[in-house]
Design a protein around this ligand. Structure first.
Ligand code: C5P
Length: 241
């Protein structure tokens, strides 16, 4: 059983545009001197069981990404494919390009979650090997409300017991054959999901959940780069103790 990783990194980062880091999509911003995408790739390369990492990027970003990969010496386990118009298309392009067997494991990870740790990656691989499909999810700590959107904002329609809720993070993974099948079914039905699990769920596949952490957050809005630097600083201080 080999392990492959897909990093969709072809987003435009439009939610970031209003902030102080307007120049680049968020996956190319720097955290402590290292680009977000490079940090994400390295996190997976640090896990010896990972055979290869496939990054989906826009063709206009290819040169920039190649230069970053060389500068940080990411080595021959990293490959690139062309991204698509949405996350699902980017992942689909990478999934089609993988040279692997149906029972190999593939994990998909948002390029903009650079603080994923080796332990969580290992536990996700193990859960996919055991259950066929698994994602990282963060248990909800806030009380969760269902709402109806109104012209003024929203009105609460129900309270959902928070013990029934996890917030979907990544990595999200499955056996390659299974993920390829649900991607093909989604394409045939014209369904576009915001994560891999939604494609697996609609096909009736049981997806296991591995505990995530607040640290594995998605760089989304202005201030998130500083938050990531804070987490890294905290980890460095704890390591020096
Ligand atoms: O936009 P969102 O934050 O959901 O993006 C999640 C991940 O999907 C990011 O790493 C982003 O670069 C990637 N993405 C992609 N292709 C797109 C849109 C998003 O690879 N067309």
């Amino acid at each position: 059983m080999r392990v492959f990783v897909i990093l969709p990194a072809a987003g435009m980062g439009t939610r970031m545009a209003a902030g102080s880091h307007a120049a680049a999509p968020k996956q190319f911003l720097s955290i402590g001197g290292v680009p977000v995408l490079v940090r994400s790739v390295k996190a997976f390369l640090d896990v010896p069981r990972v055979d290869a990492v496939c990054v989906a990027v826009r063709s206009s970003e290819r040169e920039r990404v190649e230069a970053q990969f060389q500068e940080f010496r990411l080595g021959p386990r990293v490959h690139m494919v062309e991204g698509g118009d949405n996350r699902q298309e980017s992942v689909g392009n990478a999934l089609a390009a993988l040279e692997c067997d149906d029972d190999d494991v593939v994990l998909v990870h948002d390029a903009v979650r650079p603080l994923i740790d080796a332990g969580t990656i290992e536990r996700t691989i193990d859960a996919v090997a055991r259950h066929g499909a698994a994602i990282v999810g963060l248990p909800a700590v806030d009380t969760i409300k269902q709402v109806e959107r109104t012209a003024d904002g929203a009105i609460i329609t129900a309270t959902i017991p928070r013990e029934l809720i996890v917030l979907a993070q990544t990595p999200q993974g499955a056996r390659v054959g299974l993920l390829r099948r649900v991607f093909a079914e989604a394409a045939a039905d014209g369904f576009t999901g915001t994560d891999e699990a939604s494609l697996l769920e609609r096909a009736g596949v049981e997806v296991a959940v591995v505990a995530g952490s607040a640290r594995n957050f998605k760089i989304t809005q202005p201030g998130d780069i500083e938050l990531a630097e804070f987490y890294l600083h905290q980890a460095a201080v704890a390591g020096a103790r």
